[in-house]
Design a protein around this ligand. Structure first.
Ligand SMILES: Nc1ncnc2c1ncn2[C@@H]1O[C@H](COP(=O)(O)OP(=O)(O)OP(=O)(O)O)[C@@H](O)[C@H]1O
Length: 235
């Protein structure tokens, strides 16, 4: 396992140095969203990224996950410089090692709940772990929805299906952007508990962007981003 190899070598799961992200608004107008951010996640821990709206939290998360190109600095994930990776290698690396829980659920509307969760396995020609999928749906309070069409689910239910799909694949690193945003408090707690189960594994790591005080206070460490700069953290 790449994560175990990286851990043995003493690499953190994620490390960003001097991360800069610029975006072009018009022809000759560029704005800087991330101003040389240094960030590190740790093995077996859940790291929170908090800060005001528009401070660059999602941009940082996407950059750490290799979903956004960066304008300067470096990002190392599981010991690999992802900012230097070509597109195809990055896509393979993501599929093999990284999981994303984002607001856009990316569920397939023509498949039911169970089929959506099984899809990543089927795409890799592997058998889906039916027992694990059933157990996770049970914990998420969705056992009775397993054959439901995606379109018949509420936003919060779809979010749980998307999370279940990520978690059953057991990625080494899980990135979550507002994972409780569409959920009531009780369901949000279940989701956060699941992310903590991932982070409890010393060979895995979780990074979560959140506006929720409750989620932030449950993290092992929290960094604060203001205007594209880390202003606090190291808890
Ligand atoms: N592609 C882009 N083009 C122009 N501006 C962008 C782009 N991506 C992000 N921004 C701007 O960069 C800033 C940071 O955005 P980002 O979504 O990372 O913030 P955030 O802290 O996650 O905000 P929120 O908490 O509201 O989700 C915002 O002002 C946003 O409008």
């Amino acid at each position: 396992m790449q994560s175990q190899v990286a851990q043995m070598r003493g690499f953190p799961p994620i490390e960003a140095r001097g991360l800069i992200k610029d975006v072009s608004l018009r022809k000759d107008e560029t704005i800087r969203i991330l101003h040389g951010v240094d960030f590190q996640a740790d093995w077996g821990r859940m790291t929170g990224i908090v800060g005001p709206s528009g401070s660059g939290k999602s941009t940082l998360l996407y950059s750490l996950a290799g979903l956004e190109s960066i304008s300067g600095g470096q990002v190392t994930v599981l010991g690999e410089r992802i900012d230097r990776m070509g597109r195809a290698k990055m896509a393979r690396f993501r599929r093999a090692h990284l999981g994303f829980v984002f607001q856009s659920y990316n569920l397939v509307p023509t498949l039911n709940v169970e089929e959506n969760i099984a899809l990543p396995f089927l795409l890799r020609g592997r058998r889906a772990p039916k027992g694990e999928i059933a157990a996770m749906l049970e914990r998420f309070g969705m056992a009775d929805r397993r054959r439901s069409d995606i379109g018949s689910l509420s936003g919060g239910e779809q979010q749980r299906v998307a999370l279940a799909r990520v978690l059953v694949s057991k990625p080494d690193v899980v990135f979550a952007d507002e994972p409780t945003g569409a959920l009531d408090q009780a369901t949000g707690r279940v989701v956060i508990d699941e992310l903590h189960r991932v982070a409890a594994d010393p060979a895995r790591a979780v990074v979560v962007v959140t506006h929720s005080e409750e989620v932030a206070s449950s993290c092992d460490r929290v960094v604060t981003l203001v205007d594209g700069r880390i202003t606090g953290g190291a808890r």
